[in-house]
Structure formats: structure tokens, C-alpha cells
Design a protein around this ligand. Sequence first.
Ligand code: NAD
Length: 310
Amino acid sequence: MQASRIFIVGSGVVGEATGNGFLAAGHEVTFIDTSVPRIRELWGRGLDARAELDLGAERDSFVFLTLPTPNQGSAYDLAAFTAGTTTVGAALATAPAHHTVVVRSTVPPGTTEDLVGPLLQRASGKTAGAGFGLAANPEFLRAASAAHDFTHPWMTVIASRDPHTQTRLRDLLAPFGGDLRTFDDPTEAEFIKCAHNIYNATKISFWNEMWLVARQLGLPLDPLAATVARSAEASTNPDYGIRGGAPYGGACLPKDTRGFLGLAATLGVDMPLLRAVVTTNDRLTAVMNSEVEGVTQHAAQQAVVDAGQT
Ligand SMILES: NC(=O)c1ccc[n+]([C@@H]2O[C@H](COP(=O)([O-])OP(=O)(O)OC[C@H]3O[C@@H](n4cnc5c(N)ncnc54)[C@H](O)[C@@H]3O)[C@@H](O)[C@H]2O)c1
């Protein structure tokens, strides 16, 4: 394997795990960060850390954006992410070689193409795809086991419009193993990562809500939840999410969701998540019915018009 030149822009939890994983795999890694204490910390671990990215004398490289994307109220705050991306664009302007910029931060869907691409193009005067590579490659690691998760990924998602960039990233990341999936649209990768986190959060809240009921019934939740993870989750995976616009129905799910809400009420337990599940299903049913009605009415009107024309 030929060692790749790699820059990590934003060298916090994800950046350090990413860079160290690449170092351990034999690549040449430089960490970039604006925080002087952080740079000193990285120096203390014997790492090459710098305050600025300079690509003037560098060969082809990968520049991973592992910049922070915190919240401002209930929205993403992309100020630091935007600032860091702009410095990468400026570095690209004077770079003689071809560099591939990879968005590894968790960002709202559309960010790579609607924000990162235009920022890099404006600052560098180069075009995405031709002047530099652009890709999304979200990180799935857990903070508590960041280093191990990076080197043993269970899922790697690569997305780029440019087949050459896809291949280069695939060659770099495939040796780490795990399920590697490639997409042509970076927005799809960004959506996957956001949905992954929201799905996990929903599962945790779901089980916490069930835990409140189990506690009232004097039941131990862990072995029961572990069994449901096999009985319910394993029975339908990997079909999740591919039946958009199809509310649940049939003899069991509507009956048992409402029935359990009633049972929890008698135990004095409020289940807002389960109530929302029922509400979401009822709303979707209403939306789908009105759309079907709309199509039927349109077809009937069209038939009248057609009949009038013939
Ligand atoms: N922490 C996790 O477990 C985890 C897991 C998966 C994905 N993510 C995502 O990865 C991204 C990074 O998260 P993190 O936890 O590593 O953040 P972090 O706060 O630990 O690290 C961010 C680093 O970026 C540096 N920085 C800020 N502005 C900069 C700039 N303009 N130029 C260079 N460096 C700059 C900061 O000094 C800091 O060291 C986020 O989008 C996060 O949502 C985090």
C-alpha cells in the first residue's frame, strides 16, 4: 500500500481518532487546529500539529474536515465549520497538486454541495471535481471508543459526484474493513448520518419510556429489550425506511399501540413518544387518503374533460 498524505482540519475527538487511525495504517498525517492549547496537547503526544494549512509544497492529499458543528438554539451552528472550510479553500488556491476535501463532520443534508463546494470554489478559484475532489464521508464512531471505532468501522459511507474521488477514498478506507457503501450524491451520505443519530436517539427514548412502564410492572427491562431487539428489529431489517408514505395498519399494530397507551395510563405512566407514534400514523393515513382522493378526483375530472373532447 502506498502511504497517503492526510490533513485533519479540526483536531478534536473525531479529528484525533481519524488522524491516529490513518497514522497507525502507515499514512502521513498532519493535524490542523486553531486552538493553541489543543495543538500543544497534540505535540505532547508526538503528533505533527499546526495552526495553519499550507498546501503550497504538498503532493496530492486528502483534507478531512472534522470541524465542530454544534447547536445554536434548535439549529446547527456552522460558523466554525464555515471558517475552517474557508481556510482550506484559501490553501487550495496556491496548491500545485490535486487535493480531495472530505466532509467528515456531521452536517445538515445539502452542506457539502451547497456550502462547502461553493466556499472552496470561491476561495480557491478552482472547480469542484476538476480543480479539487469533494466528498462526504460521515463518521459513525462513538466518543467513548473513538480510536477503536475508527480503526474497526462497522459502516463506511462514501459519497461524491466524481467517480475518481470515490475510488481514491474507497482505496484509502476499504483496508479498515466493515460494510462500505458508496453514493453519488453527498446529500445522501449527510442524510444517512443525521438519520442514524436521530434513529439512535429515538430508540433510546423509546426504551426509556418502556422502562418506566416495566418498572411499574416490576419487570427487568434488559433481557426483555434484548429479546425484542431480535424479535421485532431483526424480523423487519433491512426493510426500514423503504416504504415511505405507508402508514402501519392491519390487525395488530393500531390495536396494540393504543392499548398499551391505555395500560400505561392506568399505571400512572405518560408515554409521549408512543402517543406521537400513534399521532404520526394517524396524520400520515389522513395525508395519504387525501392524496389518493385528490388523484381520484383529478382522474374523474379529466375523464369528464376527455369525454367532452371526444
Ligand atoms: N464526538 C463524537 O463522538 C462524534 C462522533 C461522530 C461525529 N461527530 C461529529 O464530528 C464533528 C467534530 O466533532 P468533535 O466531537 O471532534 O468536535 P471537537 O469539539 O472535539 O473538536 C473540534 C476541533 O475543531 C477545532 N476548530 C474549531 N474551529 C476550527 C477552525 N476554524 N479551524 C481548525 N480547527 C478548528 C477546535 O479547536 C477543536 O479542537 C462534529 O460535526 C460532530 O458532530 C462527533
